[in-house]
Design a protein around this ligand. Structure first.
Ligand code: ADP
Ligand code: MG
Length: 276
């Protein structure tokens, strides 16, 4: 990942930066405002960064800092007020978004499954829309069920008949169905109970490693970000405060906020360590 600025968030000199890695996504001067009764809310303020192929980026920050807005703009579900997102060199516009979006798997915060469709139909809806034949759909679905350890008999159930962990597996299968180049996951584990969450974290990491895809994972948990991500992007109030490895954020915080954010979560981790 590389950043437009030359501040502490810039990654000049990092061994994995440089020309060899192909840039897959670039975000340039990206800004977004929402209208509200009390006037416009600035959700993103001129963000600049690039993500290379096969990079794993975690986006973290307090609730309301703009994480979901950033992902929605990156998948072309909302339009920026200024700046642009480029995907594989092509600008994401209202016209190009439908085709480019097929190369991105998006797991919406809270899963976003269609409640009136069975798991199988949720996963295959786009492939059917695109006219894939039955045999190809069934083969891909079987591969995905195996990959995500989803029970075959669950494919005939509606989302309300599945557990939280199973619903997230369905969301992940749906995002992977069209073999996207990049996966963007918005707090995919946020609503799960801690045991299931822990189990899925391990499984997801194995899945991501085996796929070798570019992944952008939104979380509000720095432990999760460090567990998954090569690069962590810490946001606050619509801006990037610091980007780097977990070690860089801990050892060289760009501002006091970084330290406070880490310390607030580290307290929990330390308490857990002491009980071992
Ligand atoms: P996060 O995912 O980090 O919690 P969001 O991107 O959802 O943050 O929200 C960023 C800011 O934009 C917040 O202040 C939020 O209230 C506001 N916001 C998000 N979506 C909308 C919307 N559709 N209309 C108005 N304000 C919104
Ligand atoms: Mg969000």
């Amino acid at each position: 990942m590389s950043f437009g600025g030359s501040g502490p968030g810039a990654d000049a000199g990092r061994p994995d930066s440089g020309q060899q890695a192909r840039v897959l996504i670039s975000v340039d001067g990206l800004s977004k405002e929402y209208a509200s009764r009390t006037g416009p809310i600035s959700a993103l303020e001129s963000l600049d960064f690039t993500i290379s192929e096969h990079e794993f980026v975690s986006v973290i920050g307090p609730s309301g800092c703009g994480k979901s807005t950033l992902i929605r703009l990156m998948v072309g579900l909302a339009a920026p007020d200024a700046g642009e997102v480029r995907f594989g060199g092509a600008a994401l516009t209202a016209a190009s978004a439908p085709a480019l979006r097929r190369r991105m798997g998006y797991v919406i915060q809270d899963g976003g499954l269609f409640p009136h469709m069975r798991a199988r139909d949720n996963v295959t809806v786009m492939a059917r829309h695109l006219g894939w034949d039955r045999a190809r759909i069934d083969a891909r679905l079987a591969d995905l069920a195996r990959l995500t350890a989803f029970p075959e008999d669950g494919l005939g159930r509606y989302p309300a008949q599945l557990s939280g962990g199973q619903r997230q597996r369905v969301s992940l299968m749906r995002a992977l169905m069209l073999e996207p180049d990049v996966l963007l996951l918005d707090e995919p584990l946020g609503a799960l109970d801690p045991m299931i969450r822990f189990e899925l974290q391990g499984e997801l990491r194995d899945i991501f490693q085996s796929l070798g895809k570019t992944v952008v994972l939104v979380t509000h948990d720095i432990g999760e970000a460090g567990y998954f991500g090569d690069t962590i992007v810490l946001m606050r109030d619509g801006a990037i405060v610091q980007a780097g490895t977990i070690a860089e954020l801990i050892d060289r915080p760009a501002e006091p906020f970084v330290e406070r954010f880490i310390t607030a979560q580290r307290g929990l981790i330390q308490a857990l360590e002491e009980r071992r």
